[in-house]
Design a protein around this ligand. Structure first.
Ligand SMILES: *Cc1c(COP(=O)(O)O)cnc(C)c1O
Length: 402
Protein backbone atom coordinates (compact mmCIF):
# COMPACT_ATOMS: atom_id res chain seq x y z
CA UNK A 1 0.00 0.00 0.00
CA UNK A 2 1.24 3.47 -0.78
CA UNK A 3 2.03 5.79 2.02
CA UNK A 4 -0.74 8.33 1.93
CA UNK A 5 -3.05 10.24 4.15
CA UNK A 6 -5.98 8.04 5.01
CA UNK A 7 -9.05 8.64 7.04
CA UNK A 8 -9.97 5.87 9.42
CA UNK A 9 -11.68 5.51 12.73
CA UNK A 10 -12.31 9.22 12.85
CA UNK A 11 -8.60 9.98 12.54
CA UNK A 12 -6.80 11.47 9.63
CA UNK A 13 -3.52 9.67 9.75
CA UNK A 14 -0.29 9.08 7.89
CA UNK A 15 0.09 5.37 8.09
CA UNK A 16 1.20 2.39 6.07
CA UNK A 17 -1.70 0.47 7.43
CA UNK A 18 -4.75 2.41 8.55
CA UNK A 19 -7.30 0.79 10.76
CA UNK A 20 -10.85 0.02 9.93
CA UNK A 21 -12.20 -0.78 13.34
CA UNK A 22 -13.65 1.42 16.03
CA UNK A 23 -11.43 0.27 18.86
CA UNK A 24 -8.05 1.81 19.57
CA UNK A 25 -5.60 2.67 22.31
CA UNK A 26 -4.06 6.11 22.64
CA UNK A 27 -0.52 6.61 23.87
CA UNK A 28 0.18 10.14 25.04
CA UNK A 29 3.86 10.86 24.43
CA UNK A 30 3.58 14.17 26.28
CA UNK A 31 2.72 12.15 29.39
CA UNK A 32 5.82 9.98 28.83
CA UNK A 33 7.98 13.13 28.55
CA UNK A 34 6.32 14.66 31.62
CA UNK A 35 6.99 11.50 33.65
CA UNK A 36 10.66 11.34 32.59
CA UNK A 37 11.07 15.00 33.63
CA UNK A 38 9.29 14.27 36.92
CA UNK A 39 11.55 11.28 37.65
CA UNK A 40 14.62 13.31 36.69
CA UNK A 41 13.61 16.06 39.11
CA UNK A 42 14.00 13.60 42.03
CA UNK A 43 17.51 12.51 41.01
CA UNK A 44 21.01 13.90 41.47
CA UNK A 45 22.39 15.40 38.25
CA UNK A 46 24.80 12.56 37.48
CA UNK A 47 22.21 9.76 37.50
CA UNK A 48 21.30 8.28 34.12
CA UNK A 49 17.76 7.20 33.35
CA UNK A 50 17.29 3.85 31.66
CA UNK A 51 13.85 3.85 30.05
CA UNK A 52 12.49 0.32 30.34
CA UNK A 53 10.66 -0.41 27.08
CA UNK A 54 10.38 -4.20 27.28
CA UNK A 55 7.14 -5.88 26.22
CA UNK A 56 6.52 -3.27 23.53
CA UNK A 57 6.89 -0.60 26.21
CA UNK A 58 4.37 -2.30 28.48
CA UNK A 59 1.99 -2.39 25.50
CA UNK A 60 2.44 1.31 24.63
CA UNK A 61 4.69 0.95 21.54
CA UNK A 62 8.42 0.49 22.13
CA UNK A 63 9.95 2.61 19.37
CA UNK A 64 7.83 5.69 20.08
CA UNK A 65 8.28 5.49 23.83
CA UNK A 66 12.00 4.90 23.35
CA UNK A 67 12.40 7.99 21.15
CA UNK A 68 10.26 10.17 23.39
CA UNK A 69 12.01 9.08 26.58
CA UNK A 70 15.44 9.68 25.04
CA UNK A 71 14.37 13.14 23.89
CA UNK A 72 13.07 13.86 27.40
CA UNK A 73 16.32 12.93 29.13
CA UNK A 74 16.69 9.16 29.32
CA UNK A 75 20.06 7.97 28.02
CA UNK A 76 19.79 4.16 28.01
CA UNK A 77 17.03 1.75 27.00
CA UNK A 78 16.22 -1.45 28.86
CA UNK A 79 14.53 -4.51 27.36
CA UNK A 80 13.93 -8.08 28.50
CA UNK A 81 14.96 -10.09 25.46
CA UNK A 82 17.40 -9.79 22.57
CA UNK A 83 14.62 -9.69 19.97
CA UNK A 84 13.28 -6.49 21.54
CA UNK A 85 16.70 -4.86 21.33
CA UNK A 86 17.11 -5.90 17.68
CA UNK A 87 13.67 -4.51 16.84
CA UNK A 88 14.67 -1.13 18.33
CA UNK A 89 17.87 -1.09 16.23
CA UNK A 90 15.78 -1.93 13.16
CA UNK A 91 13.72 1.17 13.99
CA UNK A 92 16.93 3.18 13.69
CA UNK A 93 17.42 3.76 17.40
CA UNK A 94 21.14 4.08 18.17
CA UNK A 95 21.05 4.74 21.94
CA UNK A 96 22.64 2.21 24.32
CA UNK A 97 20.35 -0.77 24.96
CA UNK A 98 20.68 -3.25 27.83
CA UNK A 99 19.02 -6.66 27.55
CA UNK A 100 18.13 -7.48 31.14
CA UNK A 101 17.13 -11.10 30.64
CA UNK A 102 19.00 -14.22 29.53
CA UNK A 103 20.38 -14.38 25.98
CA UNK A 104 21.69 -17.65 24.52
CA UNK A 105 25.50 -17.63 24.33
CA UNK A 106 25.33 -18.73 20.67
CA UNK A 107 23.44 -15.49 19.91
CA UNK A 108 26.00 -12.99 21.19
CA UNK A 109 27.35 -12.14 17.72
CA UNK A 110 24.26 -10.28 16.62
CA UNK A 111 24.26 -8.42 19.94
CA UNK A 112 27.88 -7.35 19.33
CA UNK A 113 27.19 -6.39 15.73
CA UNK A 114 24.26 -4.19 16.75
CA UNK A 115 26.03 -2.74 19.79
CA UNK A 116 23.53 -4.24 22.20
CA UNK A 117 24.67 -4.67 25.81
CA UNK A 118 23.91 -8.00 27.47
CA UNK A 119 23.50 -9.13 31.06
CA UNK A 120 26.09 -11.66 32.23
CA UNK A 121 25.85 -13.78 35.38
CA UNK A 122 27.30 -17.25 34.70
CA UNK A 123 30.91 -18.35 34.17
CA UNK A 124 29.85 -21.19 31.85
CA UNK A 125 27.83 -18.76 29.78
CA UNK A 126 30.87 -16.51 29.34
CA UNK A 127 32.95 -19.50 28.22
CA UNK A 128 30.33 -20.47 25.62
CA UNK A 129 29.92 -16.85 24.48
CA UNK A 130 33.68 -16.61 23.93
CA UNK A 131 33.56 -19.74 21.77
CA UNK A 132 30.89 -18.06 19.66
CA UNK A 133 33.16 -15.04 19.27
CA UNK A 134 36.43 -16.91 18.74
CA UNK A 135 36.75 -16.35 14.98
CA UNK A 136 35.74 -12.72 15.05
CA UNK A 137 37.06 -9.41 16.28
CA UNK A 138 33.70 -8.50 17.78
CA UNK A 139 33.52 -7.41 21.40
CA UNK A 140 30.65 -7.95 23.78
CA UNK A 141 29.65 -5.18 26.15
CA UNK A 142 27.87 -6.32 29.28
CA UNK A 143 26.53 -5.48 32.71
CA UNK A 144 27.05 -8.08 35.43
CA UNK A 145 23.90 -9.14 37.25
CA UNK A 146 24.15 -9.63 40.98
CA UNK A 147 21.43 -11.35 42.99
CA UNK A 148 20.86 -9.64 46.31
CA UNK A 149 17.52 -11.15 47.25
CA UNK A 150 15.23 -11.39 44.22
CA UNK A 151 16.45 -14.94 43.54
CA UNK A 152 15.62 -14.72 39.87
CA UNK A 153 18.83 -14.31 37.84
CA UNK A 154 22.24 -13.10 38.96
CA UNK A 155 25.30 -14.14 40.90
CA UNK A 156 24.54 -14.56 44.59
CA UNK A 157 27.95 -15.34 46.00
CA UNK A 158 31.50 -14.06 45.85
CA UNK A 159 32.51 -17.53 44.60
CA UNK A 160 30.19 -17.29 41.60
CA UNK A 161 31.60 -13.86 40.83
CA UNK A 162 35.17 -15.15 41.09
CA UNK A 163 34.40 -18.00 38.67
CA UNK A 164 33.08 -15.54 36.12
CA UNK A 165 35.99 -13.13 36.64
CA UNK A 166 38.39 -16.03 36.05
CA UNK A 167 36.86 -16.45 32.58
CA UNK A 168 36.86 -12.72 31.88
CA UNK A 169 40.55 -12.43 32.83
CA UNK A 170 41.39 -14.66 29.87
CA UNK A 171 39.90 -12.31 27.30
CA UNK A 172 39.51 -8.73 26.11
CA UNK A 173 36.37 -9.62 24.17
CA UNK A 174 33.93 -9.23 27.05
CA UNK A 175 33.87 -5.70 28.40
CA UNK A 176 32.14 -5.02 31.69
CA UNK A 177 30.37 -1.66 31.49
CA UNK A 178 28.10 -2.10 34.48
CA UNK A 179 26.90 -4.12 37.45
CA UNK A 180 23.38 -4.22 38.78
CA UNK A 181 20.84 -5.93 40.92
CA UNK A 182 17.05 -5.93 41.16
CA UNK A 183 14.92 -5.02 44.15
CA UNK A 184 12.13 -7.39 45.13
CA UNK A 185 10.15 -5.30 47.60
CA UNK A 186 10.93 -1.66 46.88
CA UNK A 187 7.24 -0.84 46.40
CA UNK A 188 6.32 -1.76 49.99
CA UNK A 189 6.22 0.35 53.15
CA UNK A 190 8.51 -1.99 55.04
CA UNK A 191 11.97 -0.93 53.99
CA UNK A 192 14.10 -3.54 55.76
CA UNK A 193 14.39 -5.99 52.88
CA UNK A 194 15.34 -3.27 50.40
CA UNK A 195 17.98 -1.83 52.74
CA UNK A 196 19.41 -5.34 53.10
CA UNK A 197 19.49 -5.72 49.32
CA UNK A 198 21.24 -2.36 48.88
CA UNK A 199 23.80 -3.32 51.57
CA UNK A 200 24.47 -6.63 49.88
CA UNK A 201 24.79 -4.88 46.51
CA UNK A 202 27.42 -2.56 48.01
CA UNK A 203 29.26 -5.58 49.46
CA UNK A 204 29.35 -7.33 46.10
CA UNK A 205 30.45 -4.12 44.33
CA UNK A 206 33.28 -3.86 46.91
CA UNK A 207 34.22 -7.45 46.15
CA UNK A 208 34.36 -6.66 42.42
CA UNK A 209 36.49 -3.59 43.14
CA UNK A 210 38.94 -5.64 45.20
CA UNK A 211 39.21 -8.01 42.24
CA UNK A 212 40.02 -5.08 39.98
CA UNK A 213 36.60 -4.60 38.35
CA UNK A 214 34.96 -1.25 38.93
CA UNK A 215 32.25 -0.98 36.29
CA UNK A 216 31.13 2.52 35.36
CA UNK A 217 27.38 1.90 35.56
CA UNK A 218 25.96 0.71 38.89
CA UNK A 219 22.25 0.32 39.38
CA UNK A 220 19.58 -1.33 41.45
CA UNK A 221 16.50 0.88 41.34
CA UNK A 222 13.32 0.18 39.42
CA UNK A 223 10.58 2.85 39.57
CA UNK A 224 9.71 2.03 43.17
CA UNK A 225 13.35 2.04 44.28
CA UNK A 226 13.86 5.37 42.53
CA UNK A 227 10.85 7.03 44.09
CA UNK A 228 11.22 5.66 47.63
CA UNK A 229 14.97 5.36 48.29
CA UNK A 230 17.56 8.12 48.22
CA UNK A 231 20.26 5.46 48.43
CA UNK A 232 19.02 3.47 45.46
CA UNK A 233 20.00 5.46 42.37
CA UNK A 234 23.80 4.85 42.32
CA UNK A 235 24.38 6.29 38.81
CA UNK A 236 21.55 4.71 36.80
CA UNK A 237 17.89 4.11 37.56
CA UNK A 238 15.65 1.82 35.54
CA UNK A 239 12.24 3.40 35.06
CA UNK A 240 9.36 1.37 33.72
CA UNK A 241 5.97 1.78 35.31
CA UNK A 242 6.56 5.36 36.54
CA UNK A 243 7.48 6.46 33.02
CA UNK A 244 4.08 5.17 31.90
CA UNK A 245 2.52 7.34 34.60
CA UNK A 246 1.50 4.67 37.07
CA UNK A 247 2.44 4.03 40.69
CA UNK A 248 4.47 0.88 41.29
CA UNK A 249 2.00 -0.16 43.99
CA UNK A 250 -1.22 1.06 45.59
CA UNK A 251 0.72 1.21 48.87
CA UNK A 252 3.03 3.87 47.43
CA UNK A 253 0.28 6.10 46.05
CA UNK A 254 -0.15 8.44 49.05
CA UNK A 255 3.58 9.15 49.35
CA UNK A 256 4.55 9.53 45.72
CA UNK A 257 7.04 12.42 45.54
CA UNK A 258 6.00 13.51 42.04
CA UNK A 259 2.83 13.80 40.02
CA UNK A 260 2.71 11.24 37.21
CA UNK A 261 0.46 11.29 34.15
CA UNK A 262 -1.04 8.07 32.80
CA UNK A 263 -0.01 7.72 29.14
CA UNK A 264 -2.31 4.89 28.07
CA UNK A 265 -6.01 5.04 27.30
CA UNK A 266 -8.41 2.66 25.56
CA UNK A 267 -11.43 3.60 23.50
CA UNK A 268 -14.12 2.18 21.27
CA UNK A 269 -17.35 3.24 19.61
CA UNK A 270 -20.92 1.99 19.86
CA UNK A 271 -21.83 -0.39 17.02
CA UNK A 272 -25.39 -1.28 18.02
CA UNK A 273 -28.12 0.09 20.27
CA UNK A 274 -31.27 -1.58 21.45
CA UNK A 275 -34.12 -1.22 23.90
CA UNK A 276 -34.83 -4.45 25.76
CA UNK A 277 -37.91 -5.25 27.78
CA UNK A 278 -37.67 -6.77 31.26
CA UNK A 279 -36.51 -10.39 31.59
CA UNK A 280 -34.22 -10.41 28.53
CA UNK A 281 -30.90 -12.21 28.83
CA UNK A 282 -27.67 -10.68 27.48
CA UNK A 283 -24.62 -12.46 26.01
CA UNK A 284 -23.37 -16.07 26.31
CA UNK A 285 -24.98 -18.04 29.09
CA UNK A 286 -27.58 -15.34 29.65
CA UNK A 287 -25.95 -14.49 32.95
CA UNK A 288 -27.32 -10.94 32.88
CA UNK A 289 -31.08 -10.42 32.88
CA UNK A 290 -32.74 -7.04 32.40
CA UNK A 291 -34.88 -5.99 35.36
CA UNK A 292 -36.91 -3.40 33.46
CA UNK A 293 -36.86 -1.72 30.08
CA UNK A 294 -33.18 -1.03 29.46
CA UNK A 295 -30.92 0.52 26.81
CA UNK A 296 -28.16 -1.93 25.91
CA UNK A 297 -25.27 -0.94 23.63
CA UNK A 298 -22.71 -3.17 21.94
CA UNK A 299 -18.99 -2.29 21.82
CA UNK A 300 -16.53 -4.00 19.41
CA UNK A 301 -13.87 -5.04 21.91
CA UNK A 302 -13.47 -8.37 23.63
CA UNK A 303 -11.11 -10.78 25.25
CA UNK A 304 -9.13 -11.33 22.04
CA UNK A 305 -8.21 -7.66 22.32
CA UNK A 306 -6.87 -8.34 25.78
CA UNK A 307 -9.96 -6.85 27.40
CA UNK A 308 -10.35 -10.10 29.27
CA UNK A 309 -13.53 -11.75 30.53
CA UNK A 310 -12.84 -10.78 34.13
CA UNK A 311 -13.76 -7.23 33.08
CA UNK A 312 -17.44 -8.18 33.12
CA UNK A 313 -17.91 -6.67 36.56
CA UNK A 314 -16.50 -3.35 35.38
CA UNK A 315 -17.64 0.00 34.06
CA UNK A 316 -16.89 2.08 30.97
CA UNK A 317 -17.49 5.75 30.18
CA UNK A 318 -20.18 6.86 27.74
CA UNK A 319 -20.83 10.60 27.31
CA UNK A 320 -18.84 11.17 30.49
CA UNK A 321 -21.02 8.83 32.58
CA UNK A 322 -20.08 5.50 34.08
CA UNK A 323 -22.00 2.59 32.59
CA UNK A 324 -21.77 -1.10 33.61
CA UNK A 325 -20.61 -3.93 31.36
CA UNK A 326 -23.43 -6.48 31.37
CA UNK A 327 -23.22 -10.18 30.59
CA UNK A 328 -20.12 -12.05 29.57
CA UNK A 329 -17.37 -10.37 27.59
CA UNK A 330 -17.19 -12.14 24.20
CA UNK A 331 -14.09 -12.64 22.04
CA UNK A 332 -14.69 -9.49 19.96
CA UNK A 333 -17.62 -7.66 21.55
CA UNK A 334 -19.24 -6.75 24.83
CA UNK A 335 -22.48 -5.16 25.97
CA UNK A 336 -23.05 -2.18 28.26
CA UNK A 337 -26.19 -0.79 29.91
CA UNK A 338 -26.73 2.94 29.42
CA UNK A 339 -29.30 5.25 30.97
CA UNK A 340 -30.61 6.62 27.71
CA UNK A 341 -30.42 6.04 24.00
CA UNK A 342 -27.12 6.96 22.37
CA UNK A 343 -26.35 6.94 18.64
CA UNK A 344 -24.22 4.31 16.92
CA UNK A 345 -20.71 5.74 16.74
CA UNK A 346 -20.77 7.25 20.24
CA UNK A 347 -17.29 7.10 21.78
CA UNK A 348 -16.82 4.72 24.70
CA UNK A 349 -13.77 4.97 26.95
CA UNK A 350 -12.70 1.77 28.69
CA UNK A 351 -9.50 3.17 30.22
CA UNK A 352 -8.89 6.90 30.50
CA UNK A 353 -10.90 10.10 30.80
CA UNK A 354 -14.12 11.50 29.38
CA UNK A 355 -14.93 14.96 30.63
CA UNK A 356 -14.53 14.92 34.41
CA UNK A 357 -14.90 11.15 34.66
CA UNK A 358 -11.92 8.85 34.67
CA UNK A 359 -11.32 5.12 34.68
CA UNK A 360 -7.73 4.65 35.71
CA UNK A 361 -5.52 1.70 34.86
CA UNK A 362 -5.39 1.13 38.63
CA UNK A 363 -9.18 0.73 38.72
CA UNK A 364 -9.03 -1.85 35.94
CA UNK A 365 -6.17 -3.65 37.73
CA UNK A 366 -8.22 -3.83 40.93
CA UNK A 367 -11.21 -5.17 38.97
CA UNK A 368 -9.00 -7.87 37.44
CA UNK A 369 -7.33 -8.62 40.79
CA UNK A 370 -3.93 -7.89 39.31
CA UNK A 371 -1.35 -5.09 39.18
CA UNK A 372 -1.51 -2.05 36.90
CA UNK A 373 1.57 -3.33 35.00
CA UNK A 374 -0.44 -6.15 33.50
CA UNK A 375 -3.35 -4.08 32.17
CA UNK A 376 -1.71 -2.32 29.19
CA UNK A 377 0.65 -5.27 28.56
CA UNK A 378 -2.24 -7.61 27.80
CA UNK A 379 -4.10 -5.28 25.42
CA UNK A 380 -3.37 -7.28 22.29
CA UNK A 381 -1.78 -6.29 19.00
CA UNK A 382 -5.21 -6.34 17.39
CA UNK A 383 -5.89 -3.03 19.09
CA UNK A 384 -4.21 -0.28 17.05
CA UNK A 385 -2.10 2.17 19.04
CA UNK A 386 -2.58 5.82 18.13
CA UNK A 387 0.57 7.67 19.13
CA UNK A 388 -0.40 11.16 20.26
CA UNK A 389 1.81 14.20 20.77
CA UNK A 390 0.76 17.83 21.28
CA UNK A 391 -2.83 16.65 20.96
CA UNK A 392 -2.20 15.33 17.43
CA UNK A 393 -1.95 11.74 16.23
CA UNK A 394 1.58 11.22 14.95
CA UNK A 395 0.92 7.78 13.54
CA UNK A 396 -0.82 4.52 14.25
CA UNK A 397 0.60 1.09 14.94
CA UNK A 398 -1.64 -1.57 13.58
CA UNK A 399 -0.17 -5.03 13.43
CA UNK A 400 -3.41 -7.04 13.55
CA UNK A 401 -1.87 -10.50 13.63
CA UNK A 402 1.39 -10.07 15.50
C1 LIG B 1 10.96 -4.54 34.23
C2 LIG B 1 12.20 -4.20 34.96
C3 LIG B 1 12.39 -2.92 35.47
C4 LIG B 1 11.33 -1.84 35.44
O1 LIG B 1 10.52 -1.95 36.61
P1 LIG B 1 9.40 -0.90 36.96
O2 LIG B 1 8.85 -1.38 38.26
O3 LIG B 1 8.38 -0.98 35.87
O4 LIG B 1 10.02 0.44 37.03
C5 LIG B 1 13.62 -2.63 36.05
N1 LIG B 1 14.58 -3.58 36.13
C6 LIG B 1 14.42 -4.83 35.68
C7 LIG B 1 15.52 -5.81 35.82
C8 LIG B 1 13.22 -5.19 35.10
O5 LIG B 1 13.05 -6.44 34.66
Amino acid sequence: MERSTLKSGGWTVESLRPFYRDTWAEVDLDAIAHNIHAIKSTLPEHVHIMAVVKANAYGHGAADVARESLAAGASILGVAILDEAIALRQEGIVAPILVMGYVRPEDVKIACELNITLTVFQAEWATLALQTLQDSTLKLHCHLKLDTGMNRIGMKTEEEIDELLAVLETTKKIIVDGAYTHLAKADEHDKQYTFKQIDRFNQLLDHLRIKGIDPFFKHCANSAGTLQYEQAPFNVIRAGIAMYGLTPSIEMKPTLPVKLKQAFSLHSKVTHVKRLGPGEKVSYGGTYETKQEEWIITIPIGYADGFIRANQSGEVLVNGDRAPIVGRVCMDQLMVRVKEEVPVGTKVTLIGAQGDSHISTDEVAERLETINYEVSCIISYRVPRAIVKDGKTLHIHNRVFS
